[in-house]
Design a protein around this ligand. Structure first.
Ligand SMILES: *Cc1c(COP(=O)(O)O)cnc(C)c1O
Length: 417
């Protein structure tokens, strides 16, 4: 059953070969998701810009590049990773939030496309570059969309983007410095289910777009919701594609030019490709609950504790479902670090095949915002990463060693005397 293997490789064999904890990514899944997105927007000039903060492993970035996906970065370091992966400046979009102008300059010199998200920065950009460097503007369309408040980015109180209600100020600055605004951008948030939120945001952007004369791009961000469990409601890409394509082409007609439509999905492209493997250290049978304690914690996979996110969890070592128990799956960090949250966003238990110490536990949807948000908390080592490509497992990041924990520590010998 495909549940227990990736491209024919058994999860338990991967755990034995590379050790645990381990991130495993299925390249086929990523390629499939790219196709789904492309197929949903066949009639427009579509560009996919992978929001790489979801997973910045360079081999993943190279895989994206090989499949014609460009890239969205949010820091100078991500920009450098993109260059290392072989992207040219013009294929990179820089969409930071509240960064210093130095970073904007760095990205401009590297030839990237920059999303300016502050009036003050727009003004500085105009002063420095006039019409010599193209730029995009990140707008805040005042729409509500996203799985929960922490991951909504386009509502009225959001810190992201320049409010569409400041249209006059934007246009004044653009005119004053003759800034070449080649695109308008918005990103609604993450886990956006309903096509409706995308439509509202798109409508707001397209309404304001007519006031900019140099447009080549409409960038509608990312945030497509992916399934976390069976029966999960997800973004209906075909529906979003159909409705947005219609509105977008209508706009292009009235604008008098065919524009590019950009999306910057992160989670959509990589979340489902990732499976996290950990070893069962202990099974604690307790009067109140049964716990499975694994050799990992919120230091490696923090989304459940941070967002209350649901991840499917199963025992990869025991396919026999005749005996099942309810377990709370927890980590080894000295904090509450529960992996098994309920769909309602509470810490809870999962009905799993009987588990004993030494069994390999698999956590699904571990491709996005998992390794990239990991830390060395409790002075624990970060996991290794493996990419399964054409039926073969490739190590794409070595497990950390104690050297990595010591790195950059300056040890004072003052205390030794
Ligand atoms: C994080 C981010 C994305 C990707 O969001 P997902 O929910 O992973 O699709 C897209 N655009 C911008 C500007 C972002 O910051």
């Amino acid at each position: 059953m495909s549940y227990y293997n990736i491209q024919g490789l058994k999860l338990t064999d991967l755990a034995t070969q590379f050790g645990t904890p381990l991130y495993v990514y299925d390249a086929d899944k990523i390629i499939e998701k790219i196709s789904i997105l492309r197929d949903s927007f066949q009639n427009v000039n579509l560009k996919i810009k992978y929001a790489c903060k979801a997973n910045t492993n360079i081999s993943i970035l190279k895989l994206m590049r090989k499949h014609g996906v460009e890239i969205d970065v949010v820091s100078p370091q991500e920009l450098q990773l993109a260059l290392l992966a072989g992207y040219e400046g013009s294929q990179i979009t820089f969409t930071p939030s509240g960064v210093s102008f130095d970073e904007i300059e760095y990205a401009a010199e590297a030839g990237t496309r920059i999303n300016l998200d502050n009036l003050d920065v727009l003004e500085k950009f105009g002063q420095k570059y006039g019409n010599t460097k193209p730029a995009l503007i990140r707008l805040k369309p005042h729409v509500f969309g996203g799985g929960n408040e922490k991951i909504m980015t386009a509502h009225p109180e959001s810190k992201f983007g320049i409010s569409i209600h400041q249209k006059e100020e934007i246009l004044e600055i653009v005119k004053k410095y003759d800034i070449k605004i080649i695109g308008l951008h918005q990103h609604t948030g993450s886990d956006v289910k309903n096509a409706d939120a995308f439509m509202k945001a798109a409508t707001a952007i397209l309404d304001i777009a007519q006031y900019f004369k140099d447009l080549e791009i409409i960038d509608l961000g990312g945030g497509f919701k992916v399934p976390y469990q069976e029966g999960d409601s997800v973004t209906d890409m075909k529906e979003v594609g159909k409705v947005l394509t219609h509105d977008f082409l209508e706009f292009c007609k009235s604008y008098g030019r065919e524009l590019q439509l950009w999306f910057e999905p992160g989670k959509f492209l990589v979340s489902e490709a990732g499976t996290f493997l950990a070893n069962t250290n202990v099974v604690k049978i307790d009067p109140i609950k049964n716990f499975i304690g694994i050799d990992s914690g919120l230091n490696h996979l923090g989304r459940p504790m941070m967002y209350g996110s649901f991840h499917d969890i199963f025992n990869a070592s025991n396919e026999d479902d005749s005996i099942q128990e309810n377990y709370r799956v927890v980590g080894y960090i000295c904090e509450t670090d529960t992996f098994s949250w309920t769909p309602e966003g509470k810490q809870g238990e999962r009905l799993m095949n009987k588990t004993k110490a030494g069994d390999v536990i698999a956590i699904k949807n571990a491709g996005a915002y998992c390794f990239s948000m990991s830390s060395q908390y409790n002075s624990r080592l970060r996991p290794a990463e493996v990419l399964v490509l054409d039926g073969k497992a490739h190590l794409i990041r070595e497990r950390e060693t104690f050297e990595d924990i010591l790195k950059n520590q300056v040890v004072l010998d003052i205390f030794d005397v």
